[in-house]
Design a protein around this ligand. Structure first.
Ligand code: RIB
Length: 302
């Protein structure tokens, strides 16, 4: 049985909607406040689970009132959460998000997500190594990501690293990754001043640069391929669009889709995701993807 394992953060998002971002030291009045399930790890797990039935999450929550709901949310999406630990005397991950002018600003406090240590990864290694694809992001300690890459390389389990938020990444680590999906800022951080086209050519079919509404670029071994984004009907909240992209891309990859088609599918899912408020709320299920149409998805069950 094919399975996607996500090793990553689980958080609550506290979202304020306002007409413009405050300046430093300024208070602005908002129009609405809401809480949502978030965390890049959980967002990607939920995005994948809405499209594919076998998803497992490795992560940690704290012992605060949010913890129970964070785990229940994963289970409500049929995600295997047996390896999500609860850490005592620690708050769960949280993100303060301001939405304005169709964009967002986020402050992330890891809390219990810092308990996703190399030891925890090691404890869960049987589950991790039974995955068809492992998804990981940078909201857990870098030592854990590093350990995970070594573990998976050793047993030839492919890893998709979404390097968000931006963090240094060695060439040695890039060599252990099957797919690397930075946005432009993250690309600049990792490859500091290097020419995008040259770096793409250096990592064919591995480096996938997401450019928001400008689509996605990768190199197919012969040339740079540009996969255009898909225009959403309306933009309500771009938070988590990247996570939906990564979750959907993982689903397409475990179905062995060619990379350009997999990216096209992930672009469609990401486009649908920004039509609703909340990082996970908008990520589409199979019926929603099919209802939007315009893309070949016979391979998608359900
Ligand atoms: O990628 C979006 C996520 O990043 C939000 O859900 C929030 O939790 C932040 O950490």
């Amino acid at each position: 049985m094919k399975k996607i394992v996500v090793v990553g953060s689980i958080s609550t998002d506290f979202v304020a909607q306002t007409s413009r971002f405050p300046e430093v030291g300024e208070t602005v009045e908002g129009q609405a406040f809401s809480t949502h399930f978030g965390g890049k790890g959980a967002n990607q797990a939920v995005a994948a689970a809405k499209l594919f039935p076998h998803v497992q999450m490795i992560g940690a929550v704290g012992d605060d009132p949010f913890a129970k709901n964070l785990i229940a949310n994963l289970e409500n999406h049929q995600i295997d959460a047996r390896q999500v630990i609860q850490v005592s005397q620690q708050g769960s991950g949280a993100a303060l998000i301001v939405l304005a002018k169709g964009d967002n600003q986020i402050v992330y406090t890891p809390g219990a997500n810092n308990a996703v240590t190399a030891d925890l990864v090691d404890q869960a290694k049987e589950d991790i190594l039974s995955a068809s694809l492992v998804l990981v992001q940078n909201e857990i300690p870098k030592e854990s990501v590093h350990y995970l890459l070594d573990l998976c390389q050793d047993k030839q389990v492919p890893v998709l690293l979404n390097p968000a938020p931006a963090r240094d990444l060695s060439e040695d680590d890039i060599d252990k990754i099957a797919y690397l999906t930075p946005n432009e800022n993250e690309f600049d951080h990792i490859f500091k001043g290097q020419d995008q086209a040259k770096v793409l050519a250096k990592y064919p079919n591995k480096l996938i640069i997401t450019l928001g509404s400008n689509g996605v670029k990768f190199h197919n071994g012969q040339e740079v391929i540009h996969v255009p984004s898909i225009e959403p009907y309306q933009v309500k909240d771009t938070t988590g669009a990247g996570d939906t992209f990564n979750g959907a891309l993982a689903v397409a990859m475990v179905h062995d889709l060619p990379l350009d088609q997999a990216i096209h599918f992930a672009n469609l899912a990401a486009s649908l995701s920004i039509e609703k408020i909340g990082a996970q709320t908008g990520s589409p299920n199979v019926a929603e993807v099919k209802a939007r149409g315009g893309i070949e998805i016979d391979w998608l069950a359900g």
